[in-house]
Write a protein that binds this ligand. Structure first.
Ligand code: FAD
Length: 417
């Protein structure tokens, strides 16, 4: 393969693909090198066979599924222009949960507890002093376990591990859309013409010489600039060896660990028994509970979502543990008779995925500044992208996309000046 480029982009997730898209037509020769045999990273749509009719399949997103902050999300117009249909109905978690599992009066009280917590977060963040977001939970409040469950879905971690300032900085316009044929499929379509080398993990980057040298499993590349767009554990754990060493980057990446979120997909033999788009929580009194979304797009399955410590423990327990957990919760909610018609379809394991190593980033308490440190270019030739580098849209696919564009613009400015 060709070995000399203007820009080598490491990682073909949303960030790396956005960087390639921005550099296309700029006159600079760019290539994306990707460890996996596919593009998209944590954006991945797969087809599942229906439990009732194995010949019928439907798409599900193993990673990102929602276009968050959709009214300002730059991917919305791009995805629509690429011919994908968006669903604009309110997100599952923005609609009331099923009354029989969570009485409406109780849902109202919980919503008040959420509002009060968020108000305390905003007031505390205004002081500019960082601390664990858990310190804003009211001691003894009966809704704390459920608030932490929501944190485990939102941050991939419980509030005690989450920086208050980072949490408060996240930008959420509360408009959320979905892609009918899959967010991962849409991103892959947007990047269809990108120059990507698959099955090509980068093992080392040497920026000590005149050009940057990139060691890969398929040989050595050189470039005038590199855009690093891999998940933070790869930097924090020096899975890519960078010389001369960059201790500030390693430290910043370590302060931005990936929380964990996983999904289980459970097929329904008799889907008509359930309302399309219903949602409920497994146990409103526990942090270790899943959120269930029933028949998304009218398809015959339930999507279970777990996060934080619960997701980690279930992954550690081995393949199948997440589905078994979800089926147990569903059994106690709906009854064994109903669950007899449920069939395990698939589950994710993002922490054991060697190229992801987790779900999405959160800043550890006292380290909200790490995102800025990680994003800072080095010597006008090492640039940094990935969801963890975005100041306000971290942990999302559109934040990753925006970070890739930003890194590409920095590279363009440096190389064309
Ligand atoms: C369960 C789950 C649900 C989610 N839900 C949503 C959602 O609803 N909405 C939303 O906006 N976001 C969501 N996200 C987050 C979103 O998927 C990510 O923030 C985003 O996709 C990250 O993009 P990225 O480019 O930063 O990283 P990645 O997508 O991880 O891309 C990095 C790429 O680098 C590659 N790589 C790693 N190491 C090397 C190496 N050594 N050499 C070469 N390549 C390497 C990886 O294989 C990968 O392809 C979810 C994530 C998960 C896991």
């Amino acid at each position: 393969m060709r070995s000399d480029f203007d820009v080598v982009i490491v990682g073909a997730g949303a960030a790396g693909l956005a960087a390639a898209d921005r550099l296309a037509g700029s006159g600079l020769e760019a290539v994306v090198v990707e460890a996996r045999g596919r593009i998209g990273g944590r954006a991945e749509t797969v087809q599942l066979a229906s439990a009732g009719d194995p010949a019928a399949t439907f798409p599900v997103d193993r990673g990102c599924g929602w276009l968050h902050s959709a009214d300002i999300n730059p991917l919305v117009p791009l995805i629509e222009a690429a011919g994908f249909v968006l669903d604009r109905t309110p997100a599952a978690w923005q609609r009331p949960a099923e009354e029989r599992h969570f009485p409406v009066a109780e849902q109202r009280r919980f919503a008040e507890a959420v509002d009060a917590f968020e108000a305390r977060v905003d007031a505390a963040a205004a002081t500019g002093v960082d601390r664990p977001a858990a310190e804003l939970l009211e001691p003894g409040n009966r809704w704390n376990p459920l608030l932490d469950a929501i944190s485990s879905y939102h941050n991939g971690a419980e509030f005690e591990r989450v920086s208050l300032l980072d949490y408060a900085a996240y930008q959420d316009t509360e408009v959320n859309y979905r892609v009918r044929d899959g967010y991962g499929a849409a991103l892959a379509r947007l990047a269809a013409s990108a120059n990507v080398i698959l099955h090509c993990p980068v093992t080392a980057i040497d920026h000590g010489g005149r050009t940057v040298v990139i060691e890969t499993a398929r040989g050595r590349l050189s470039a005038r600039a590199v855009i690093v767009a891999v998940p933070t554990p790869h930097i924090a754990e020096a899975r890519i060896r960078i010389t001369p060493a960059l201790p500030a980057k390693v430290e910043a990446a370590g302060h931005l660990p990936l929380g964990l979120a996983n999904k289980a997909f459970i097929g329904l033999l008799a889907p008509e028994a359930f309302a399309v788009g219903a949602r409920f929580l497994g146990d409103i009194h526990r942090t270790e509970t899943a959120s269930y979304h029933v028949r998304p797009f009218g398809r015959p399955y339930i999507e279970a979502y777990v996060g934080g410590r619960n997701a980690r423990a279930l992954e550690a327990a081995g393949e199948g543990a997440l589905i078994a957990f979800a089926l147990d919760e569903l059994r106690s909610l709906l009854g064994a008779d109903v669950v007899r018609d449920f069939r395990p379809l698939a589950e994710t394991g993002w922490a054991r995925d060697p190229h992801a190593l987790g779900g999405y980033s959160h800043a550890l308490p006292m380290h909200a500044g790490a995102r800025g440190v990680l994003a800072e270019p080095i010597d006008g030739r090492l640039f940094w992208a990935g969801e963890a580098t975005h100041p306000v849209a971290f942990s999302t696919a559109h934040g990753a996309w925006l970070s890739g564009r930003r890194a590409a613009e920095e590279a363009l400015a440096a190389l064309l000046s």
